[in-house]
Design a binder for this molecule. Structure first.
Ligand code: BEZ
Ligand code: FE
Length: 290
């Protein structure tokens, strides 16, 4: 038996892990213990601070429900989600960049026909979205499944408004024969991530704001291609440089161009100004982008 000291403890724990049968798990656990112990030594963590950390993580777990995942929010606001995303999607040039999924994606969104209006009567500036989907070889991808979701004019998602019946500002489309999806919605706004739990405490304690720049989420899936989870961000948004979850990429910023009253490309007549977004998505082949 060995007495443990500040340094020896790390070697002893790592030695104990070497019998882990799964080599990947062995590597992860060994590195985790090494970094965790280095961190404790580096900041000279006190007993009171360790108790605070345990309490914080306990409350993070307790804040999770069927519709709220506080650990993902913590991962997002600490930049871990976007780091994991960056490691997972090194598909290379010519492919649309990915970004975080976020907590407001809902499986089983209503299927809508191309050209539909998904605003569900919510107030806001009308927005006409035209999205093309292609492979890296430039060939249009017909029949791609395209999920879209975004915040309302006040920065809330439909799932944050239980007072409102049914889905709004979210839908599933299928691209047409030329690889396009078109729909009407309203202009999204920047919004704060939920701050009424431990992740919000962390943001306040570190003097950070909670806002995300305005964006529309897309999840695009086509046979033979890697599923792409991404956003399109509104150019000019005040929070592009300081997104609370670090998910902005230059290549994903677009002008949501202001249009005068008149006739839209699909023949809809608007008596007020409206906006138009055109975005081209390129999906990686399945083997490369998975
Ligand atoms: C979102 O874009 O919906 C989101 C992403 C990460 C954390 C919170 C919200
Ligand atoms: Fe979002």
């Amino acid at each position: 038996m060995r007495d443990m000291d500040e340094r020896g403890i790390t070697a002893s724990v790592i030695e104990r892990l070497q019998a882990t049968p799964d080599p990947r798990l062995r590597r992860i656990m060994t590195s985790l213990v090494r970094h965790l112990h280095d961190f404790v030594r580096d900041v000279e963590l006190t007993e009171a601070e360790w108790a605070t950390a345990i309490d914080f993580l306990t409350r993070t777990g307790q804040a999770c429900t069927g519709t709220r995942q506080e650990f993902i929010l913590l991962s997002d606001t600490l930049g871990v989600s976007i780091l994991v995303d960056a490691l997972a999607h090194r598909a290379g040039s010519g492919v649309t960049e990915s970004t975080v999924l976020g907590p407001f994606y809902v499986e089983g969104a209503p299927e809508r026909a191309n050209g539909a209006d998904i605003s569900a009567g919510l107030v806001g500036e009308p927005l006409f979205v035209e999205a093309s989907i292609a492979g890296r070889d430039g060939a249009a991808l017909a029949g791609a499944t395209v999920d879209v979701w975004h915040s309302d004019d006040e920065g809330f998602y439909d799932v944050q408004r239980p007072d409102r019946p049914g889905p709004a500002l979210r839908a599933r489309f299928h691209s047409d024969a030329a690889g396009w999806v078109r729909f009407w919605t309203i202009q999204p706004r920047s919004y704060p991530v939920p701050v009424d739990g431990p992740a919000g405490e962390m943001l306040r304690a570190t003097g950070r704001h909670a806002f995300r720049p305005a964006h529309v989420h897309f999840r695009l899936a086509a046979p033979g291609h890697a599923t792409l989870v991404t956003h399109i961000f509104v150019a000019g948004d005040a929070y592009l440089d300081s997104d609370a979850v670090f998910a902005v990429k230059h290549s994903l910023i677009r002008d949501f161009t202001e249009q005068p009253p008149g006739t839209a490309p699909d023949g809809r007549v608007l008596g007020r100004p409206w906006r138009r977004l055109e975005a081209a998505f390129v999906l990686a082949e399945a083997a490369l982008g998975a």
